[in-house]
Design a binder for this molecule. Structure first.
Ligand code: SF4
Length: 360
């Protein structure tokens, strides 16, 4: 196989995708150059900000990799108050971010889902519909997804984490609450309702092969996903998966593999939104900038009030735990301008892929 021949193609087999994902040194540079060119041609060099609020760390689930899993009793549980959410909406308006992401653990109780509806309405009313809302609140019924959409949320992130069923089963308890098919169906339902749909996976997780990652890329393509958030797997010590830490690629390898995943995804799905995840920055001080350079175009500055951040650690060493909103914004702006990108202030930064797939 020759990387130049593979990159010259428009369609990629699983084997070719796995080959690209393994790129190193000169081959990796060729891969990155191609991804940069595709990005510039199809979506340009604008980066969009989404102000992130980690609304609640209460979760009914027990994913083996996650620091806020229900059975982790070391975590102090919290829910951000309505006043604090509105304060974040104010910060988003003042900083011209254009969008808010409300992320929570997975709770399906009616008082919780109704409260989210209420918050969506309040943020929309307060901002005169200027703030675009993305939700990341896990698996919910079709009715709840519809209610949130009708209230004004228009993008939804639900990471599949591993598109291969056997791998998924190794990362989650074997019960109906953690059912692969249910999760996959939720993605279909979100799309039917009219959301811009996002998903994603962990990269470098125990038991995962390059072929699994190639399958993930094909899964995104087959599901016609609009937005992708993926990042390197980082261990959280209070989780069952931490026992597998000896089988992991080292941090540098996981970081490089994540860059390759972003670059290959950009080449495969030219017009989707791709997030430069915080996990990238955990493994490399310029992790997010590097992700942007090879294909990402979305950054989610964390605006969660400081007092809660220690308790929303999905993994260890999460950055920005001690930075306040203003500091985060200034830092990010400087970093993005330094790599010759611009910031799409006051814009929702919707997925071009969504626009293309829904136009008449
Ligand atoms: S990954 Fe999400 S659903 Fe799973 S335990 Fe963590 S917060 Fe809950």
């Amino acid at each position: 196989m020759n990387i130049k021949n593979i990159l010259a193609e428009d369609n990629f087999s699983k084997e070719n995708l796995a080959y690209l994902l393994a790129s190193q040194d000169e081959e990796q540079q060729l891969l990155f150059e191609k991804a940069k060119a595709v990005k510039e041609k199809h979506i340009g060099n604008t980066v969009y900000f989404r102000g992130l609020v980690e609304y609640s760390n209460r979760c009914n689930k027990n994913c083996y990799y996650c620091g806020i899993r229900n059975l982790n009793k070391e975590v102090e549980r919290y829910t951000v108050t309505d006043e604090e959410v509105m304060q974040i909406a104010r910060i988003i308006m003042e900083n011209h971010y254009g969008s808010m992401v409300i992320q929570t653990g997975e709770c399906t109780e009616r008082h919780f889902t109704a409260h989210i509806t209420d918050l969506i309405c309040k943020v929309k009313e307060f901002s005169d519909n200027k703030i675009g809302i993305t939700l990341s609140c896990g698996e919910q019924s079709q009715e709840v997804y519809r209610e949130w959409f009708d209230a004004g949320a228009h993008r939804y992130l639900l990471r599949i984490e591993a598109s291969n069923k056997e791998l998924y089963a190794k990362l989650h308890p074997n019960n109906t609450l953690h059912d692969y098919n249910a999760r996959s169906q939720c993605l279909d339902e979100l799309k039917k309702i009219g959301y811009q749909v996002g998903t994603g996976v962990m990269i470098g997780v125990p038991f995962q092969t390059l072929e699994n990652l190639a399958e993930d890329l094909l899964f995104f393509k087959e599901k016609d996903i609009d937005m992708i958030g993926m990042g390197p797997y980082i261990v959280h010590n209070q989780t069952p998966l931490a026992q597998q830490h000896e089988s992991l690629l080292n941090e540098n390898q996981r970081f490089n593999l994540s860059l390759n995943m972003i670059a290959v995804l950009r080449i495969l799905m030219k017009d989707v939104n791709i997030a430069a995840s915080t996990a990238m920055q955990t493994l490399h001080p310029q992790g997010r900038e590097k992700a942007i350079e090879v294909g990402a175009n979305i950054v989610m500055p964390n605006l969660t009030p400081m007092k809660y951040r220690e308790n929303y650690k999905l993994y260890e060493n999460k950055p920005s735990v001690n930075e306040d909103a203003e500091e985060t914004k200034n830092q990010l702006e400087k970093r993005i301008l330094s790599i010759h990108h611009k910031i799409g202030y006051n814009q929702w930064g919707d997925s071009l892929h969504f626009k293309n797939r829904t136009k008449e």
